[in-house]
Design a binder for this molecule. Structure first.
Ligand code: NOJ
Length: 724
């Protein structure tokens, strides 16, 4: 393989022993030097990841390695104190023959201690700049706590909200996932991986995991080659271009070839075509699971298949440490393959500066800093989506004297953190009740009643809740999900809230008081029964530690909501999958459900504001242009209401006919802009035909066809013609 630094002649470098320890020597040369000194066993140990302590993730509890060899390549680190890491690192540096540092990884998914909204919520902010900032806070907290590497971002396009992991990604659209992926990689990795405040990113789960059949986790995925390229690969390509140091291979079987033993995705696409020079770690136990998936007879065969397919590091299968030496001896795995894998691991460690600065200094006060909490507040506020605000304009609440705060999410900090909460603590969270008290407490009286638990049949709290509602001028009803209903191994057969919560809403609505429904959940919900019971609905997702404050700011009008859905809310579970960028039907006028509407409850991009935005007619710098010409499409957007507000302007392309059919619309560009009342901004989309109008075939080959295209912005269309 060609060397990434382009160095071909090493003769001028004088052999200084040991070269790999010399900071002044270029990284690639250090890696080569080290590789040349390693025994096969030492190399193999670099390709394994164990845990330091027992995994705190209930879905992945493996055999804990008690006597961790000093030669281990990587460890998952569950502590927040660098001391334990440093103790282990001392062993690696001092007790192993070559002193190779360990790389410590951890799942800091939406924050480490300062917990931000779940990624799905972040996507609804349409603010990648803010997402990048949140990721850099997470990186700093992680690195200073002994973690060099986060298993994030999760960029699996997901269109089945029964799948608990929809919470972890950036929604249903490939482009949107790609944009946030690049932003988060840049946030985590900063300018240099060797800074003491950055971490290596890990794009996961490579690839197609979001297609899990019927939303059941870990199962088979039917991903056609065309869909792989159209839908699932684009975020990964963006992440690789943004410089992501690593990827995690997926659990799922991709149409017969599991993600963790897939030479096409891992070697052909990632390494050969995209030239990624970092490494891939398997998901937890994924190599061993190749047996269960029916690809390998035993763990040894699984190890050979995974490594030969291009998977460098084994997370907790003990397939590589136990079998690679034997496989090399038998000629089933070549030493060259091992060398390439080890080189990639060492390269990332070198880039992280671990050889030169293996230990984490103990810096006090690294968590919950005021500037970081401010980002948590802003991101929570921008992530929230006002789904409904009825004709009486229930929100914002003005001059309300008596507020009833009711529901199982009202006084519940833990569930607002969402799944994969890192080291988040319930006591760090501003609950919804506390947020409302802080926002309205001076001028209004606030009473609280839980009403019911998140689930179950206990209606004993209904009476107190109804009494409280009867007393109030407005009811803020806080319903939603437990954090345990999202994330890994958290599939649900229905996306409706449990009946007890719907019953509480029904009884409260019968009192005739204005009801503001606040929803805290990790997936789109089935809202067709709840929607008529509420005058306003605010989707706050699992908003992290400053969620209560942000939510209350929106209720009072201190904050004008600006979130828009990054994922469709189906009308009912039976509509799944329903997403905006589907392909066209041969009979667009037929084929609807007989028993329910075929329209979703709330489409992708839906989100209300307290002000109104008017879009003028879009215009193009040229409506007829050639394939190598770039053009500009513009649209004036005016804030026609009386409140300052931010509008995310979403630009879609549609290709009416094409040699390979295209989706009805595809998001290609977006920009969010704050406008004062009366202010107009001319929003622009610079179209590069090759980037924005082309399509790929089932092997990723890109084509650009001449002919008609439409650009669509806020439902307004402009037709373009591409000529030779
Ligand atoms: C399994 C999960 O699928 C993955 O997302 C996570 O990073 C690893 N376990 C490590 O905890």
């Amino acid at each position: 393989m060609a060397r990434p630094d382009g160095i071909t002649d090493l003769s001028h470098i004088r052999a200084k022993a040991p070269l790999y320890k010399d900071k002044s020597v270029p990284a690639e040369i250090r890696v080569d030097n080290l590789l040349g000194l390693m025994t096969l066993d030492e190399k193999i140990m670099q390709l394994n990841q164990y845990t330091l302590g027992r995994n705190n993730n209930a879905n992945n509890v493996g055999e804990e390695v008690v006597n961790i060899p000093a030669e281990i390549g990587s460890l998952i680190y569950f502590d927040t104190d660098p001391a334990l890491r440093n103790a282990m690192q001392h062993r690696a540096m001092e007790e192993s023959r070559l002193g190779i540092p360990v790389i410590f990884g951890y799942d800091a998914i939406h924050g480490f201690r300062t917990v931000y909204p779940i990624s799905l919520a972040q996507a609804c902010s349409w603010n990648p700049v803010l997402v990048k900032k949140a990721c850099s806070v997470s990186a700093r907290e992680s690195r200073m706590s002994g973690v060099d590497w986060t298993f994030s971002p999760m960029i699996d396009v997901a269109r089945d909200p029964r799948w608990g992991r929809v919470a972890e990604g950036y929604g249903e659209d490939p482009y949107l996932n790609a944009v946030y992926c690049a932003a988060s990689v840049k946030g985590y990795q900063g300018k240099s991986l060797s800074d003491s405040t950055t971490v290596a990113a890990c794009l996961k789960h490579y690839v197609g995991y979001g297609a899990s059949e019927a939303g059941r986790d870990y199962v088979y995925t039917e991903v056609s080659p065309q869909t792989l390229w159209d839908t699932y690969l684009p975020p990964y390509e963006a992440g690789v271009k943004a410089g992501a140091a690593t990827l995690m291979s997926s659990f799922n079987d991709i149409s017969g070839v599991p993600g963790s033993a897939n030479p096409y995705t891992m070697t052909e696409i990632l390494k050969n075509r995209w030239r990624h020079d970092g490494f891939i770690v398997s998901d937890w136990g994924a190599i061993e699971q190749l047996k269960n998936q029916g690809l390998a007879a035993d763990k040894k065969e699984a190890a050979a298949r995974a490594l030969n397919a291009g998977l460098e590091m084994d997370m907790m299968s003990h397939a590589y440490d136990r079998h690679l030496a034997e496989l090399v001896a038998e000629g089933k795995v070549s030493e060259a393959t091992i060398d390439d894998a080890v080189r990639r691991v060492l390269r990332v460690k070198m880039r992280l500066g671990l050889f030169d600065n293996p230990y984490t200094p103990d810096v006090p006060d690294r968590f919950l800093r005021p500037a970081d909490l401010k980002i948590a507040s802003e991101l929570a506020a921008e992530s929230m989506v006002l789904l409904k605000n009825d004709s009486t304009l229930t929100l914002p609440l003005r001059n309300v004297r008596r507020i009833a705060v009711i529901g199982p999410l009202a006084d519940n900090g833990k569930d607002l953190l969402g799944n994969w909460l890192g080291h988040g603590q319930a006591e760090d969270v501003v609950t919804l009740r506390e947020g409302i008290a802080g926002e309205f407490g001076k001028d209004s009286e606030i009473r609280y009643a839980r009403g019911c638990a998140l689930d179950g049949h206990d209606r004993s709290g209904f009476k107190a809740a109804l009494d409280t509602a009867r007393w109030a001028d407005v009811v803020v009803l806080c319903l939603g999900e437990s954090l345990r209903w999202s994330g890994e191994n958290a599939s649900r057969s229905s996306i409706a809230l449990p009946a007890i919560q719907e019953q509480l809403a029904e009884e409260i609505s019968r009192l005739g008081k204005p009801v503001v429904l606040v929803l805290a959940n990790g997936r789109p919900l089935e809202l067709n029964r709840l929607e008529p019971l509420a005058n306003a609905i605010l989707e706050i997702w699992q908003p992290g530690i400053r969620g209560g404050e942000a939510m209350a700011g929106i209720l009072s009008g201190r904050i004008n909501p600006s979130g828009k859905l990054a994922i469709t809310f189906p009308w009912s579970t039976g509509q799944i999958p329903v997403y905006y960028n589907r392909r066209k039907s041969g009979r667009g006028h037929q084929g609807f459900y007989q028993d329910i509407t075929s329209e979703p409850m709330y489409p992708f991009g839906h989100g209300l504001s307290y002000t109104t935005f008017e879009y003028g007619e879009p215009t193009a710098s040229k409506t007829e242009f050639r394939r190598n010409e770039k053009i500009k499409v513009s649209v004036p957007v005016t804030n026609t209401g009386d409140m300052t507000g931010a509008e995310a302007v979403l630009w879609f392309i549609s290709d009416p006919y094409c040699s390979i059919t295209r989706p009805v619309r595809e998001l290609k560009h977006f920009e969010k802009k704050t406008l004062e009342p009366g202010e107009t901004a001319v929003m622009e989309f610079n179209i590069d035909p090759w980037r924005d109008l082309s399509y790929v075939d089932a092997d990723g080959k890109r084509f650009l066809e001449t002919g008609e295209y439409n650009v669509i912005v806020n439902g307004k269309k402009i037709s373009l013609k591409l000529t030779e």
